[in-house]
Ligand binder design. Sequence first.
Ligand SMILES: Nc1ncnc2c1ncn2[C@@H]1O[C@H](COP(=O)(O)OP(=O)(O)OP(=O)(O)O)[C@@H](O)[C@H]1O
Ligand SMILES: [Mg+2]
Length: 413
Amino acid sequence: MDDNNNELRKEDLVFGLDIGSSKINLFAGAMNPDNTVKILCCGALPLKRPDELDDVVETLQNVIRQLEPFIDFDVRDVYVGIAGNHVSSVNYKGLITLSTGEVREVDMERVKNLASTIPETAGQILHVFPGEYTLDEQGGIRNPKGLNGRRLGVDVQVVTSPSNVILNLDKSVTRAGLHVEELVLEPLAAASAVLTDDERELGVALIDIGAGSADIAVFVGESVRYTTSLDYAGNSITSDISKCLKVPISLAKAEDIKKRYGTCRMSNLIEDETFPVPSVGDRGDVQCSRKLLAQVITARVYEIFKRLKEDLEKQHMDGLLNGGIVLTGGCCALEGIDAVAEKVFGKSVRIGHPRDVAGVQSYSNPSYATGIGLLLYAAKQRRKEKRRETGKQISVSMKKSLQWFRDFVKTYF
Ligand SMILES: Nc1ncnc2c1ncn2[C@@H]1O[C@H](COP(=O)(O)OP(=O)(O)OP(=O)(O)O)[C@@H](O)[C@H]1O
Ligand SMILES: [Mg+2]
């Protein structure tokens, strides 16, 4: 944490809040004069009962308290992540006739709005990601501005969430004394922390393997082509361990064993390597095989990737991933998890560590990707606001000078 923040201004602060299934991370950042963001500090605590409102609120309040010594201002407007398993992502199409015979920005806006006019029952819209445009018979156009044609079409990916999910998330954040500035799809946030521009350009899938879910998002260029989520991940690995070792053990103990002795890389294990597991009652430790543990873990990891792969194939997304696959989230700590993914997907895979943020060195663990990504997203929105304000100021001063010119003309001519 950085405690040299004497010249911090309230309006420069931005906050990213990741309420995961296993932990809460709250990142505080400050906008630099060059419009980049600097991480100031992070509050982080495990979340024991993510489904219980009171537990979420109490844990969040404690996390907020952790930030107090590092910033003089109250935490207030936060960008909050919403997990992939709480959203649905559907592809819609829009088609309009071009009144001027040329594509203007306003036409691109109009066709996007038309495509994202969805029934109320579909839930609340979180994001609208425009894909490629069509102009008359020509498809696959990324930016049609200025081109001539008669009919403009667009594919959009609309991400929605049921109203009650949004209400409950908002309730827990509000009760802890904060205000939700915007809800952001978690893999979208994580992507801004870990993906490179060339990966996006080539087409890449980001897989965030957390505790409760494995979220996937496909990026091609500027657009998000597809998002989906599998409702099991690290917690299921833990639950398998608790059932499949020589002795039955509690989930808490299984979680500890997973972190201490777990791996997906069996080739690194010494033959007959064992680890001690306390047996139930007071009967002393039982020795368990690390190879068996690795087999249990790898089987579940394999299944997670296989399900995601099948889904990508069903959606015809697998052919878009020339930039490969990037893994992030807490489960990336499992040694060899990238090799398992490579085997399943048949593509190049790397672990995505948060990068490119000043002060980030101590937060390079993939489990911070969503929180840091939310901070980067917040900074991007702040830049947009500033640009809009500067635009307004320019037009106000233009108005003022026009008025001055008119008055001058009236007076002297
Ligand atoms: N060293 C480790 N070895 C194996 N697994 C680990 C290790 N460290 C963390 N994990 C696992 O990572 C998961 C937590 O990851 P993460 O913090 O990304 O989840 P989350 O954001 O709380 O959950 P979600 O995104 O699913 O809501 C847990 O299942 C945890 O057991
Ligand atoms: Mg998460």
